[in-house]
Design a protein around this ligand. Structure first.
Ligand SMILES: NC(=O)c1ccc[n+]([C@@H]2O[C@H](COP(=O)([O-])OP(=O)(O)OC[C@H]3O[C@@H](n4cnc5c(N)ncnc54)[C@H](O)[C@@H]3O)[C@@H](O)[C@H]2O)c1
Length: 333
């Protein structure tokens, strides 16, 4: 089968033939129908992100995956061949978080083998492309908003980075009643998108009047919660300064660099908080599938383009360069 393989030591990525994997007891083989491309994949190829639990040097990328059950390993009950599924992007094993396409082979491939516990059923009409991006592009902002950030209705929220995660962050914040929603992105197209997805205001982080515009948007009180969905160092300093009393900054973007709190006394005096966030919990993906099936969420605008798996390297480049300003590019094996 074809698989998009990254060698962690050399940083080389290529799509090539590998043996079709066989599921061990408790595992299931899934025929991949769609797989999203995330900035984390770009970071992995660049070497900015390193797997923490990978055995060996090589991994098949891809942590946003939907498909159909192809072969059920011994001891797995309740799953029939052909069942439509979306896969949780990882699982806990002996207290360790393992991420698909990072710590074990992922879904930029014709087939992927996963523990049965990560399968989430999809209804007949659910598009494979839209389902694929729920784990991560939607579930990570969802978990960061409702769990880590604990955002309540009518709280003032800032969203830095309106790409794959941030565009959905805006949409989800709108759904749960956060207000105002202040989006921040240097790209004009991303700011337009933020307004279309439900932001009240969209600001350019590099504008001279940024601080005044943020103060105006929050009636001088500052933000209750700020989200870094960009993974850019400048975002952290800017977002911290925009927080109001007891404001919390949630770090979702991954930069790999140290965080500096320059006004540390002001940070303590105003009782600000910085919270790390990673992935989502097991209940978040099924919740989002249900909300979509109930018509509360719609990801038709989220799939910017689909490409054949063979063109994975070109998809990575398009995301890195923001060609066509994609929300999510999806690979089809
Ligand atoms: N913590 C987690 O569980 C988790 C999961 C997935 C992705 N991530 C990380 O989240 C980040 C975003 O991923 P994505 O796939 O949405 O990326 P993306 O490339 O689709 O979007 C990033 C956006 O940030 C914007 N941006 C760049 N500089 C900015 C600045 N100074 N201020 C505001 N916005 C700025 C870009 O213009 C772009 O619109 C990455 O760092 C990725 O590694 C973290």
């Amino acid at each position: 089968m074809l698989a998009g393989r990254l060698n962690i030591s050399t940083g080389t990525f290529d799509v090539r033939e590998v043996p079709v994997p066989v599921p061990a007891p408790g595992f299931v083989r899934v025929k991949v129908q769609a797989a999203g491309v995330c900035l984390s994949d770009v970071h992995l190829i660049q070497g900015l992100l390193k797997p923490r639990h990978l055995q060996g040097d090589e991994v098949t990328l891809g942590h946003e995956v939907s498909g159909s059950v192809d072969l059920v390993g011994d001891g797995v009950e309740g799953w029939a061949v052909g069942a439509r599924v979306v896969l949780q992007a990882g699982y806990e094993y002996r207290g360790v978080t393992l991420t698909m396409g990072v710590d074990y082979d992922g879904g930029w491939a014709d087939y992927v083998v996963v523990p049965a516990g990560v399968l989430v059923p999809l209804s007949e009409g659910f598009s494979y492309e839209q389902a694929a991006i729920i784990p991560d592009a939607v579930s990570t902002p969802w978990a960061s908003i409702v769990a880590t950030g604990g955002v309540r209705p009518a709280e003032a929220v800032g969203v830095w980075g309106v790409g794959g995660l941030g565009a959905h962050g805006v949409q989800l914040l709108r759904m749960i009643g956060a207000a105002p929603i202040v989006a921040v992105d240097p790209l004009p197209e991303a700011r337009e998108r933020a307004l279309a997805f439900g932001a009240d205001v969209a600001l350019d982080p590099l504008a001279d009047d940024f601080a005044a515009a943020m103060a105006a948007a929050t009636a001088g009180r500052g933000l209750d919660v700020a989200f870094d969905f960009a993974g850019v160092d400048a975002v952290r300093a800017q977002a911290l300064a925009c927080l109001g009393l007891k404001g919390r900054l949630v770090l979702v973007g991954l930069s790999g660099n140290p965080i500096t709190i320059s006004d540390s006394t002001g940070f303590s005096y105003n009782r600000k908080q910085v919270l790390g966030h990673y992935g989502s919990e097991a209940h978040h993906v099924p919740e989002l599938v249900a909300l979509t099936e109930l018509g509360r969420l719609d990801f038709t605008r989220s799939i910017s383009d689909t490409l054949p798996l063979r063109e994975a390297a070109a998809a990575v480049e398009r995301l890195e360069r923001k060609e066509g300003n994609p929300i999510r590019l999806v690979l089809i094996p």
